[in-house]
Design a protein around this ligand. Structure first.
Ligand code: ACO
Length: 427
């Protein structure tokens, strides 16, 4: 049965009827209500897109109240255990799980396009060793865009597919060089049969872990973490990717923008910020005092809260469990006790209950990364390598959607009316 809503202008009693499709009204139909004296149409005001759907998407579904997350219909809990990152990347980008033959082709194509131009390695090495890895990654992606002029042909699906192979293939290699540069070590050569995650870990020398027990454990943990971070529908960085991509910029430039958005501490940068926060809190007996500062709005509880989840983020639940399996091999990270105390105390406080604030994906991931010996400023790079699969899926979906337009929102102007310019000497 079709549904519509009717909006009445209380000033002149004119009405506009708007169809409701999939729980949404087409915002453009608001324009039919002429609400100002000069006859301008009604606009919706929505800072931070809190209630605006810029796209119809078939990639990822989140039920924020139930704490549920599906990639193309498959529950994240199942994928995290049963699948591997490259298969999930295929699923996100192609809509279905691959057949054995398709999975092999996907893997081969990504591997065949994984060679990074020496110019990019030189660029990475030109940065100071203590430069933030996310800043270097943004620059490297921008520079990669200059190497592949064909990438500008964004409406050509064959060209697009090649850039997907290149970005998925080269991103971990670029990230490995960034890590090694920061550590002052040479990246290990990749090996053809070591797999996607295996090769990345080989290049970064398994972040210094080396025993027969540690290496498989770090691979398994990284595979799981990459799957959990692979997509999250219209989040801030994906919105950046889609916005930049909507101007038909090449995907390297669009992804540089997405990485920049991810860098922020309110988004992916929160995994690093959580570790810094735990270092600042120091011990369990400081937890209550810190949370009181949060309640007084002197600090944010990093790794808590989410625009969509008003329940436990299912990724946080899985990562918390994963932490213990990593600790069996690496030894426990004492920060886990502090994080648990912080979570339990916060969840018992009225401030967090009333606002439905729960741990998000970033609350426990840094604790795992730290146990694996990874430096804190590198955590968000790992998030970025994993999220590339989702960014690319959204970039392609948008370019294939005839309803999409260049991202160009409205504003409500409250500045001065037209006025006369006064030359400097007369002011
Ligand atoms: N600590 C303290 N208070 C918080 C927190 C937090 N982490 N998160 C939200 N709140 C409060 C806000 O102050 C606000 O209170 P008020 O209504 O009394 O003013 C209320 O909860 C609603 O929060 P908003 O900021 O309006 O929620 P929004 O959806 O805009 O922001 C965000 C979501 C950015 C994730 C926010 O919860 C936050 O800053 N969290 C900490 C940073 C973080 O962990 N980011 C990672 C998110 S997951 C990801 O992006 C990968």
């Amino acid at each position: 049965m079709s549904q519509s809503v009717i909006l009445t202008d209380s000033h002149n009693r004119t009405q506009v009827e708007m169809p409701v499709i999939d729980g949404a009204i087409p915002a453009k139909s608001l324009q039919k209500l002429r609400v100002t004296q000069d006859g301008a149409g009604l606009v919706s005001y929505d800072p931070g897109y809190q209630n605006t759907a810029p796209a119809i998407s078939s990639i990822t579904m989140i039920d924020g109240m139930a704490g549920k997350l599906l990639y193309r219909g498959y529950p994240i809990e199942v994928l995290a255990v049963e699948s591997n990152y490259l298969e999930v990347a295929f699923l996100l980008n192609n809509g279905e799980l691959p057949s054995t033959a398709a999975a092999a082709r996907w893997r081969e194509e990504i591997q065949a396009h994984a060679t990074v131009d020496p110019f990019i390695v030189d660029l990475i090495r030109s940065f100071p060793r203590d430069a933030h890895p996310m800043g270097i990654l943004i620059s490297a992606l921008g520079a990669m865009g200059t190497l592949y002029p064909e990438a500008k042909e964004v409406l050509d699906s064959d060209v697009r597919r090649r850039q997907v192979y290149r970005l998925l293939g080269q991103l971990p290699v670029v990230a490995a060089h960034i890590y090694c540069h920061g550590q002052g070590i040479e990246a290990e050569e990749p090996k053809a049969d070591d797999g996607y995650i295996g090769n990345f870990l080989r290049m970064v020398r398994n972040f210094g872990l080396e025993t027969a027990e540690e290496v498989p454990a770090i691979r398994a943990a990284m595979n799981c973490l990459f799957i959990l971070h692979a997509d999250h529908e219209q989040n801030c960085s994906t919105t950046a990717m889609r916005s930049i991509g909507s101007s038909h910029a090449d995907p390297y430039s669009s992804m540089a923008g997405a990485v920049a958005a991810l860098y922020g501490p309110l988004h992916g940068g929160a995994n690093e910020a959580v570790l810094r926060m735990l270092e600042e809190i120091e011990s369990v007996d400081q937890v209550e005092g810190f949370l009181q500062r949060v309640i007084n709005r002197e600090a944010l509880l990093m790794g808590f809260g989410h625009r969509v989840y008003k329940n436990m983020d299912p990724r946080a639940t899985l990562i918390k469990t994963l932490a213990y399996s990593v600790f069996e091999v690496t030894g426990a990270n004492p920060k886990i006790d502090l994080a648990l105390a912080l979570e339990q105390t916060a969840l018992g406080m009225e401030y967090f209950q009333a606002r439905r604030l729960y741990p998000n994906v970033d609350f426990y991931s840094g604790i795992i990364y730290q146990a694996l010996g990874i430096p804190a400023d590198y955590y968000t790079v790992l998030f970025g390598i994993a999220r590339a699969a989702g960014w690319l899926a959204h970039w392609q979906e948008q370019l294939e959607d005839p309803a999409q337009k260049i991202a160009r929102p409205k504003q409500i102007y409250r500045g001065p009316d037209e006025r006369a310019f006064v030359p400097l000497e007369q002011r």
